[in-house]
Design a protein around this ligand. Structure first.
Ligand code: T1G
Length: 699
């Protein structure tokens, strides 16, 4: 195997090169190679200084995440970093690409750091449920100050080279060839008689910190880090940096790092890291499938969804035609888009010039003829099959051959829609999630006849518009909504059983959901759920099924949009409504629904296990390829916290035998209609396998 770390000397400068594609991750061979190379450097009397550089597209991008679930093997990273820092001769890190996590920690163990202008440096461990466990929590505060270091480690966001230079973690930006620049920097150190400069010897600037700094800092991040384990551990490490010796603080860092590593949070967040890369791999669509160029897009329907969808393309510089049927509707649609842009401009997240450029890329039209040359057309009209069929017949007549015809439907049958055209192989579902210009999830629904080229082009387009594209097959509700329905069903059932909706929502919120099921129902619109239930051919034969949604819709209480739904709204503030409590009680009596004492644990169990069981059916039917795709759907589209890893990862964490036991418990109370364990769930529980192992076995 080619050497992953090589040593050579050019004049008085030793050049140590890491070459471990694709991202020079710090696997065991790399760590051992670094230890060997720096031993050689120390012994090489001709070498006055050393440059640490990487081959390929990036400097070291971190520890090797694939090694985390195995025992850490010697030499472990802090030991290698201390060996580098203890060198008696100066070491210069030469950074390009992304020096992240253990990569930046290794660079901070070097005595100096130079970088090309396009480089990025950061400590993103928090996004994996970890903390920088190779002295990063001790060095970064010494180099850029406590507040800057906390911001970088709690957000996990990298900084560009210029910011790194300004803050003090980068010493020089190199123009032109990085190695030449780094060698010149090292030679100048020798010429100036400058030796090693060790970050650990820098005193942390505690004096400038107000007495309540850490308390205030914790308050400032509380909302964004709610429920996550790692951020608090990072703060504890930095408190140690301020109050303990370097050695003691590093020991503390290691102790807290191991706690993070062993946490279910980190296992879940690391699972999502790989899941977000796996999701793009489609078993029967080869990586080299040709893509159709998408240079002109058209969106049919200028409502909230259509406007949001159009923005996604304008935001990445792709011209969009927005078609409506009346001038009034078109003007309203353009006004929605304009107001969607004005928000970020007011908050300073976008400049007026950027907004104007995006608006200029969106052209309103009333005529199908104008969209004849569009490469991709996305229909976003009313969620009724009759209207969609009408639109797709018109698109079939108007659009050029090879145009991709997509529906934004959230539940309806793509095959039935495709059958209205002479080109079913060009028809696909692109299900955006409201608000379409914000939510990162895009469910891509392949029809029975959708071509591989159209699938591959749609998956690539999702990446272009910065969406997480998940390919699914056709069924009622696809993956997300099909699993969301039982979640809402149980929330509604518990309401009828006498559990106040606000209590159900607060338990779900405490578990980590961004919003409880009833708040979400009011946000999406009870009328939408009501209409979906009406369109659902195989709706369960259960008179109590989501009954309060029907009752409230019949009273014109659609949710936030009408100022009242399950809750009453004072502005956006949801207030429990005694009128709804009374209506629920009456409905429960009429339906003879027994009133129950339901514990918090049961609330979460019924919400989650109802979803998990549906997910098992979805996997068995091949609607989703792998369990981690389902996890991506829920963490990117339904506000499930990343530290739970998604519903299927959560089930694997609980243990499928426990999931089946819970199903049996509720089956005894409610019967088979909802609580009969899916065959795949029962089979895996029986064999002791997880959903993840089952999915991997299908690869
Ligand atoms: N370990 C192992 N594999 C990795 C990896 C890593 N750190 N980073 C990426 N890969 C794989 C990835 O799975 C994919 O594999 C391929 O490389 C290309 O990645 C001790 C404990 C660097 C910005 O969190 O952010 O250091 O799918 O598709 O879009 O304190 O990868 O091709 O088989 O993402 O160009 C901290 C994680 C680790 C950085 C490149 N470091 N990586 O993005 O390519 S923890 C990170 C990224 C740590 C220390 C702690 C990105 C990237 P495959 P990709 P990309």
């Amino acid at each position: 195997m080619a050497e992953v770390v090589s040593y050579r000397r050019e004049g008085k400068i030793a050049v140590i090169t890491v070459d471990n594609p694709p991202v020079n991750a710090l696997s065991l061979p790399v760590r051992a190679g670094l230890a060997k190379a720096f031993t050689e450097f120390a012994a090489d009397a001709e070498a006055g200084a050393a440059v640490l550089i990487c081959a390929g597209r990036t400097f070291i991008a971190g520890a090797d995440i694939t090694e985390f679930d195995k025992p850490i093997e010697d030499p472990w990273l802090p030991k290698v970093i201390h060996q580098i820092e203890d060198c008696a001769k100066p070491v210069v890190a030469a950074i390009h690409g992304t020096a992240l996590g253990g990569g930046l920690e290794t660079a901070m163990g070097c005595h100096y750091r130079v970088a090309v202008a396009t480089a990025q440096v950061g400590l993103p461990e928090v996004s994996l449920g970890l903390l920088p466990g190779a002295t990063g929590t001790q060095r970064l505060p010494r180099l850029i100050g406590v507040k800057n270091a906390l911001d970088a480690m709690i957000s996990g966001r990298p900084m560009n080279a210029k910011a790194g230079l300004d803050k003090g973690v980068i010493d020089q930006i190199v123009d032109g060839d990085l190695l030449a620049g780094a060698k010149a920097f090292a030679e100048k150190l020798l010429a100036d008689g400058k030796g090693p400069r060790r970050a650990r010897e820098i005193k942390v600037d505690a004096a400038s910190l107000p007495a309540d700094f850490f308390a205030e800092y914790r308050k400032s991040i509380a909302r964004d880090t709610r429920g996550f384990f790692a951020p608090e551990q990072i703060i504890k490490c930095v408190e140690a940096a301020v109050s303990l010796s370097y050695e003691d603080a590093v020991a503390r860092e290691n102790e807290l790092f191991m706690q993070c590593m062993k946490s279910t949070h980190s296992k879940a967040q690391r699972h999502l890291f790989f899941a977000e890369r796996e999701v793009a791999k489609i078993p029967d669509v080869p990586k080299d499938t040709p893509l159709r160029p998408i240079k002109q897009v058209a969106v049919i329907g200028g409502g909230t969804m259509g406007g949001g969808i159009a923005m996604n393309f304008a935001n990445v510089g792709i011209p969009v035609l927005l078609k409506e049927i009346t001038q009034e509707a078109l003007d309203r649609g353009m006004a929605i888009i304009r107001s969607n842009y004005e928000g970020p401009v007011k908050k300073g997240k976008m400049t007026q010039a950027q907004m104007d450029a995006c608006m200029a890329l969106i052209t309103p039209t009333l005529k199908y003829e104008d969209i004849a040359n569009a490469d991709l057309v996305i229909e976003a009209v009313f969620e009724t099959m009759a209207i969609k069929k009408e639109v797709f017949s018109a698109l079939d007549a108007a659009c050029k051959p090879g145009a991709i015809l997509a529906s934004n439907t959230s539940t309806l049958d793509i095959d039935a829609i495709a059958a209205c055209t002479k080109r079913p192989e060009d028809v696909i579902g692109l299900h955006f999630f409201a608000p379409a210009n914000v939510m990162s999830l895009l469910e891509i629904v392949r029809g029975a006849k959708t071509s591989k080229e159209v699938i591959a082009t749609s998956m690539a387009m999702a990446k272009t518009i910065r969406k997480m594209g998940v390919l699914v097959r056709v069924c009622f509700g696809f993956v997300g909504n099909r699993m969301f329905f039982p979640y809402v069903r149980e929330a509604q059932r518990m309401m009828l059983e006498g559990v106040p909706p606000e209590r159900i929502d607060s338990v779900a919120f405490a578990w980590g959901m961004a919003m409880g099921p009833h708040g979400v129902s009011d946000l999406s619109g009870l009328d939408v759920l009501h209409k979906v239930n009406k369109e659902w051919q195989e709706k369960p034969d259960d008179p109590a099924y989501c009954r309060m949604i029907d009752v409230l819709v019949e009273k014109g209480r659609y949710g936030q949009k009408t100022g009242a739904g399950i809750y009453r709204y004072e502005g956006r503030n949801a207030v429990p409504d005694p009128e709804v409590a009374a209506l629920t009680k009456a409905e429960a009596a009429a339906l003879k629904v027994p009133q129950l004492e339901v514990s918090d644990e049961e609330i979460i169990e019924r919400l989650m296990i109802a979803m998990i069981n549906e997910g098992a059916l979805i996997l068995d039917e091949g609607i989703a390829y792998r369990s981690s795709d389902i996890d991506i759907v829920f963490c990117h589209g339904y506000g499930m916290p990343r530290y739970r890893g998604g519903p299927m990862m959560y089930a694997d964490t609980l243990g499928l035998d426990k999931v089946v036991a819970a199903m049996e418990k509720y089956r005894a109370r409610y019967g088979d209609l909802y609580w009969k364990a899916a065959p795949l769930l029962a089979k895996l529980a029986q064999s002791g396998q997880t959903f993840a192992q089952w999915s991997a076995s299908k690869r």
